[in-house]
Write a protein that binds this ligand. Structure first.
Ligand SMILES: CCCCCCCC/C=C\CCCCCCCC(=O)OC[C@H](COP(=O)(O)OP(=O)(O)OC[C@H]1O[C@@H](n2ccc(N)nc2=O)[C@H](O)[C@@H]1O)OC(=O)CCCCCCC/C=C\CCCCCCCC
Ligand SMILES: O=P([O-])([O-])O[C@@H]1[C@@H](O)[C@H](O)[C@@H](O)[C@H](O)[C@@H]1O
Ligand SMILES: [Mg+2]
Ligand SMILES: [Mg+2]
Length: 199
């Protein structure tokens, strides 16, 4: 769904991409800085209960994940190493976000929400892995309700609003995300099954 915003976001990030390209900055540098920023924001703020500030910092750095691709395409067609680095470091960023929340829930004694956040992390990884593995096998898997952008949107907005004092929003967001991620994993598995098993 959020994929529809990609052309508009690309247009918005193009001037910044051009400025970085003129200075000879590599997309890989943006990828690494974005991941370090996401990890620092998530592990520096979330475990201390600073959920609003954490979400704002993570949002700023997670947008580097769009900028690196814009810059790469501006400089040519993008590199195989860059594509690998981008997807691999996305896993590090995702792990940091949910680990930050899990550490916060554990410190408040909320083991149920800690488990839900852990489920979101694992289910999100399964969703991304299913697509990567399918594409590695020469199949397609570009389907699903909750892709990474949607998952990030839900967790960042829910954590941010919770940090502003909105009650129950983080629990509601995480339960919703857990269900949507599990559903998406099912959609992708079915999509690959239909391509591989003659009916
Ligand atoms: C008060 C409320 C404030 C709200 C503020 C909202 C601000 C949000 C602003 C914009 C939201 C924009 C959403 C856009 C969605 C776009 C959807 C999309 O498609 O995203 C995909 C991206 C990038 O994915 P990927 O990395 O796979 O693609 P790339 O474009 O990078 O291309 C990859 C190819 O590029 C080449 N390459 C790459 C890197 C490299 N080093 N070398 C290369 O060669 C190579 O060929 C690759 O194959 O995905 C994302 O996942 C990031 C999107 C994140 C969206 C997060 C949205 C968060 C929004 C709001 C959170 C607000 C919380 C604030 C708290 C306030 C609470 C009240
Ligand atoms: O499939 P999905 O879970 O949205 O997300 C995936 C991302 O998490 C991954 O890092 C990216 O490089 C892939 O192209 C794919 O889009
Ligand atoms: Mg990217
Ligand atoms: Mg990425």
């Amino acid at each position: 769904m959020l994929k529809l915003l990609r052309p508009a976001v690309t247009r918005a990030l193009t001037p910044l991409g051009q400025a970085l390209a003129r200075r000879g900055i590599s997309p890989n540098v943006i990828t690494v800085i974005g991941t370090l920023g996401v990890a620092a924001g998530a592990l520096g703020f979330y475990p201390r209960g600073q959920l609003f500030l954490g979400s704002v910092v993570i949002t700023v750095f997670v947008l580097a994940d769009l900028l690196d691709g814009v810059l790469a395409r501006m400089l040519g067609s993008g590199s195989t190493w860059g594509a690998f680095l981008d997807s691999t470091l996305d896993r590090v960023g995702d792990a940091a976000i949910f680990s930050g929340l899990i550490l916060w829930f554990m410190s408040t004694g909320d083991t149920v929400l800690a488990c839900v956040a852990l489920f979101c992390l694992v289910a999100g990884a399964v969703v991304s892995y299913a697509k990567a593995r399918a594409e590695g096998l020469g199949l397609t898997c570009d389907v699903g309700l909750a892709e990474r952008s949607e998952r990030l949107l839900v967790v960042l907005v829910a954590a941010g609003l919770s940090g502003l004092g909105v009650p129950y929003i983080l629990a509601a967001g995480l339960w919703l995300l857990a269900a949507a991620s599990a559903f998406t994993a099912g959609q992708r598995i079915l999509h690959v099954y239909r391509q591989t098993v003659p009916i």
